[in-house]
Design a protein around this ligand. Structure first.
Ligand code: ADP
Length: 562
């Protein structure tokens, strides 16, 4: 748009005095009109049909006119505004001849450089005798635009908050419904604002439910209201805990509830609402009841155990006393037997001594009958002495008073001695008795006397229970186990399997009847086994009835006192 120089108002005419009745001069009228137009705060101007700015008031000139004295910034802003105005006017030029047209027009403030928003109101003027053109008024909408934008922003924020509130409410509903315990939100007047499904089942029976169900729900509600009244009265505590005797509305089954209610306060401390949480105590009460039963049963059991323990203690005491008495009795018995053995052995040895003297003829020659009788006395006396000695041995072993005397000895020598001692008895039999010794038998460290006693006993048994055939005494060693063994094998009557263990017990014989064919006390094997055990060894037997027996003494090469 070409700028126009004659836009500025003419110089004010002289202010000569004028009366009301005097008509205004044309100049004066023109000056007044300019003053009037410039006084209008909205920019208004008149353009030719080609868009040239012909008349402009002060506000319009501010926007669209720059002279040589204006700075470069202002000139650029004015140039831009003129271009924007041209474009706007061109777009409005299509309407009818006299139509008032409006549109928004954004311009730049040439002084501040800020954006300005105007409503451009243009009215084409085409009167006969007048220059045709367009009268334009710009109404400043900048503040309105700003206000509209601010309003839009507020509205957007409001929508966003509303949306957030809605999703929060949704989330809250989800949380409330996912909690298994009933939860309620009540207003200060006691009205229910919100409750989750479990709470609804307790306090709000469905409309289509029966009268009984609705009545029970109402009763539950009455219990809750009475509970909440503790909190609703002014000045009361902020939290309240209690128990509600509710029922399941559908069935009437008791549902004892523990309730905790808390006030929700505003910033000013006023009660906004009350949150109530209920917890079903049925299971807890049942558990407590079972626990009580368990405790009672446990107490009963404890009492029984107590009684049984006391009884047991009493029995133990009795047993202890009995054991003590038995020990004393056993000690007395051992002492008695030791004394008695001694008392028996002294006179018996005297009898045997005198008998021997008589047999040797110190009192003169005897008739054969007298000699046979004396020999019987001697043989019976020796048997009695053996019995007494065996009883004494058992007694000593039982009392732990059988001493062991360890020394090194050779087995061949020992067996030779045994054979020599048994020679008179062997001579009275028709048996083939021989020894079989392994070569290079090692020396043994042990109680030689006890080993000899055992072998003598085994050999005399073999001779006693064998009528024909042979008896063999053999000795061997086992370097791997550092043991030696002495076996007595016979071809005698043998022992049935069921008696093999029994014969090692005190006073036990295979045949213990009064009419038995073999003499003896039944103590020999018992003594043998006990002595062997004392030396860390053992006595074993293998036997077949009618074919014979083998008794074997196993001993460590070096005695381990048991
Ligand atoms: P005793 O020989 O004095 O009866 P033992 O304790 O020595 O007592 O023997 C117990 C029993 O074992 C014997 O009475 C006998 O029945 C049986 N017995 C022992 N040795 C033999 C053997 N070599 N053959 C058969 N039986 C035997």
């Amino acid at each position: 748009m070409p700028s126009t120089a004659p836009l500025t108002p003419p110089a004010a005419p002289g202010s000569e005095a004028r009366t009301e009745s005097e008509p205004l001069s044309a100049d004066r009228e023109r000056a007044l009109l300019w003053r009037l137009v410039d006084a209008v705060t909205d920019p208004c101007f008149f353009t030719g049909l080609e868009g040239r700015l012909l008349i402009a008031n002060a506000s319009a000139r501010q926007l669209f006119v720059a002279d040589e004295a204006s700075n470069a910034g202002r000139r650029r802003a004015v140039e831009l505004n003129q271009r924007l105005l041209d474009t706007a006017l061109a777009s409005l030029a299509t309407g009818g001849a006299s139509a008032v047209r409006r549109r928004d027009l954004s311009l730049v403030d040439p002084v501040e450089g800020t954006d300005l928003l105007f409503e451009l109101v243009s009215t084409p003027v085409q009167e006969p005798g007048c220059t045709p053109g367009v009268v334009c008024v710009l109404r400043n909408m900048t503040d309105l635009g700003r206000a509209t934008r601010a309003l839009g922003e507020s509205y957007r924020r409001l929508r966003a908050s509303e949306q957030q509130a809605r999703s929060e409410r949704l989330r809250l509903d989800l949380i409330l419904d996912s909690v298994a315990d009933p939860i309620l939100l009540t207003d200060p007047a006691g009205g229910t604002v919100l409750m989750n499904d479990p709470a609804e089942r307790l306090f709000a029976a469905p409309h289509d439910s029966g009268e009984a169900t609705r009545r029970r729900a109402r009763t539950n509600d009455a219990h809750l209201s009475s509970f909440l009244s503790h909190l609703l009265s002014p000045g009361n505590a902020r939290r309240w805990r209690g128990e509600l005797p509710l029922v399941e509305p559908g069935t009437g089954a008791p549902m004892p509830m523990e309730a905790v209610a808390s006030k929700v306060l505003s910033d000013q401390g006023e009660t906004i609402s009350i949150v109530t949480l209920l917890h079903d105590r049925t299971e807890a009460l049942e558990k407590a009841r079972l626990l009580e039963q368990l405790r009672a049963a446990s107490n009963k059991l404890e009492a029984k155990v107590h009684a049984a323990t006391a009884e047991l203690a009493e029995q133990n005491e009795k047993l202890r006393r009995q054991a003590f008495q038995l020990e004393q009795a056993s000690a007395a018995k051992s002492q008695f037997l030791a004394n008695m053995s001694h008392e028996f052995r002294t006179p018996l040895n005297a009898i045997l001594g005198y008998t021997n003297m008589l047999l040797q003829g110190v009192s003169g020659e005897m008739t054969p009958q007298q000699r046979r009788n004396l020999q019987r006395i001697d043989s019976n006396g020796r048997h009695l002495l053996q019995v007494i000695n065996e009883i004494l041995d058992i007694t000593r072993i039982e009392a732990g008073r059988m001493p062991l005397n360890a020394a090194d000895f050779e087995l061949p020598e020992l067996l030779q001695e045994v054979m020599a001692e048994m020679d008179p008895i062997v001579a009275r039999t028709k048996l083939a008795v021989h020894t079989a010794l392994a070569p290079q038998l090692p020396p043994v460290h042990g109680d030689r006397q006890k080993v000899k006693q055992i072998v003598l006993n085994l050999l005399s048994n073999a001779l006693k229970f064998t009528h024909e055939g042979s008896v063999q005494v053999s000795a061997d060693s086992a370097p791997a186990t550092s043991t030696v063994s002495i076996s007595v094998k016979d071809t005698g009557i043998g022992i049935a399997a069921e008696h093999l263990e029994k014969i090692f017990e005190d006073f036990q014989q295979v045949d213990s009847s009064p009419t038995r064919a073999y003499g003896g006390t039944g103590l020999g094997l018992s003594i043998c086994r006990r002595l062997a055990t004392m030396m860390g060894g053992s006595v074993a037997v293998q036997s077949t009835p009618g074919q014979g027996s083998t008794f074997t003494l196993h001993l460590p090469r070096r005695m381990r006192q048991a």
